[in-house]
Design a protein around this ligand. Structure first.
Ligand SMILES: Cc1cc2nc3c(=O)[nH]c(=O)nc-3n(C[C@H](O)[C@H](O)[C@H](O)COP(=O)(O)OP(=O)(O)OC[C@H]3O[C@@H](n4cnc5c(N)ncnc54)[C@H](O)[C@@H]3O)c2cc1C
Length: 395
């Protein structure tokens, strides 16, 4: 039986574990933290993501824990104007076969983790931070700081945007320097002022900033993300506590706007750095020998299309799809399987990364460009925001 090591127990690593556990493989997931993060950020799961969730056998659990937004609405905050709208709910579910959901990251993570519980061929090794990796003849050895070693036939690097596997084995890094800063909060849906916000995803365009609000989880709590052009060096991770005043000057000119009223109702804010993104071009940026990178380790992307986790879920489903077509599981040529996986993924991921970058410009443009943007969005309406190429089921 072949041994597989998966480095990182985030959405990518756990979903890869689920995708592989049906095969006669011995899988170890190495996670550096003793316990999994329980952070309160929300995640949008567009129909392509819920399709992957369904392929992993998790749709019922995810449906149960998710909010089901009715519409996606786009506004210009300075003009206090509604620009366009896309119907979500049953409309999008019948169009693409899968729903558009929003869920707490911690809930999605727990669902993935629970699915792995009791699987005889998977072990999650917590508190094991991989610090080194060596490619040997027919084996890959990983080491932690205490000198412990584990050998496997193939390795999946799912260790996130600052991936050690990426840095040690691949030349092109998809992540550049810090380019902007996002601020986020989660507002409990227990005060009257937010009831009217609770069922729609709303995107607010400003001059050099934008904000996104959406309901998450069973209680329809409101997740808010404000993206600014601020640069903060030496700021890592997505949970650096900060103050509303760090960015409130952007909203101060619009005191009567719905979004301004909403953001002042939270005093608990966190800051998170957004990096320059270099879209992936070639399969050898994702795979080499019997190693493949998945999720953010392979293809960091800006959050302006809300697709980072969705792409990680799709990556995992792709490997499983190709393995199902491989007859001799004990003689697997991992090099070939990973190459085929990367070949299937690179073009699509690159397009998603580029579109996320473009969205950042569109959401925050000013002057004459902003005027044109608004006219186009008003004319196109639903067509401007519906992303058929992205949401439709992948073969
Ligand atoms: C605030 C925010 C909002 C977002 N919203 C959306 C959204 O709406 N929709 C969407 O699809 N995506 C969204 N994303 C993106 C999405 O969350 C990420 O793309 C996704 O979580 C990536 O998962 P991952 O498993 O690749 O990386 P991570 O979640 O970063 O997981 C990596 C794991 O590897 C572990 N690790 C790292 N190094 C080592 C090591 N050396 N040894 C062992 N373990 C290690 C880490 O501890 C971690 O558990 C959002 C991101 C953020 C920050």
């Amino acid at each position: 039986m072949h041994d597989i090591s998966i480095i990182g127990g985030g959405i990518s690593g756990l979903s890869a574990g689920i995708a592989l556990k049906q095969f006669p493989l011995k899988i170890k997931i190495f996670e550096r933290n003793e316990s999994f993060s329980n952070l309160g950020a929300g995640i949008q799961l567009a129909p392509n993501a819920t399709c992957s969730v369904s392929s992993l056998g998790l749709l019922d659990e995810v449906l149960e824990k998710s909010a089901h937004p009715n519409r996606l609405l786009v506004f210009d905050i300075a003009l206090n104007q509604h620009l366009c709208c896309m119907e979500l709910g049953s409309n999008i579910a019948s169009k693409y076969g899968y729903p558009y959901l929003t869920i707490l990251r911690s809930d999605l993570h727990s669902i993935l983790e629970n699915k792995l519980q009791g699987s005889k061929n998977i072990e999650i090794v917590r508190g094991f931070k991989i610090s080194d990796l060596k490619i040997l003849k027919n084996k890959i050895a990983v080491f932690n700081n205490q000198g412990n070693r584990y050998d496997s036939h193939a390795l999946i690097g799912s260790d996130g945007i600052h991936s050690i596997i990426q840095k040690s084995q691949f030349k092109n890094n998809s992540i550049g320097s810090n380019e902007s800063t996002a601020f986020r909060t989660l507002i409990k849906n227990d005060c009257k002022s937010i009831n009217k916000h609770s069922k729609d995803i709303k995107v607010w365009f400003g001059n050099n900033f934008h904000a996104v609000t959406y309901p998450v989880g069973l209680n329809n709590d409101i997740n808010i993300v404000v993206v600014t052009k601020q640069i903060h060096h030496n700021c890592y991770g997505w949970s650096n506590p900060c103050e509303l005043n760090d960015f409130f000057y952007l909203f101060a000119p619009y005191p009567n706007s719905e979004i301004t009223k909403l953001i002042i109702s939270s005093s608990e804010w966190f800051r998170w750095p957004i990096y320059k993104c270099k879209p992936i071009k070639k399969i050898n940026e994702m795979t080499k020998s019997s190693i493949i990178l998945l999720g953010d380790a392979a293809h960091y992307m800006k959050p302006h299309l809300a697709q980072g986790a969705s792409m990680a879920l799709e990556d995992s489903c792709q490997i499983s799809y190709l393995l199902k077509k491989t007859k001799f599981i004990n003689k697997i040529d991992w090099n070939k399987v990973f190459e085929q996986t990367a070949k299937k993924r690179v073009k699509r991921i690159s397009k998603v990364q580029k579109r996320s970058i473009l969205n950042g410009y569109i959401f925050q443009c000013s002057g004459i460009l902003r005027m044109f943007r608004n006219i186009i969005l008003k004319c196109l309406g639903n067509f401007a925001v519906d992303q058929k190429w992205l949401f439709k089921r992948q073969s």
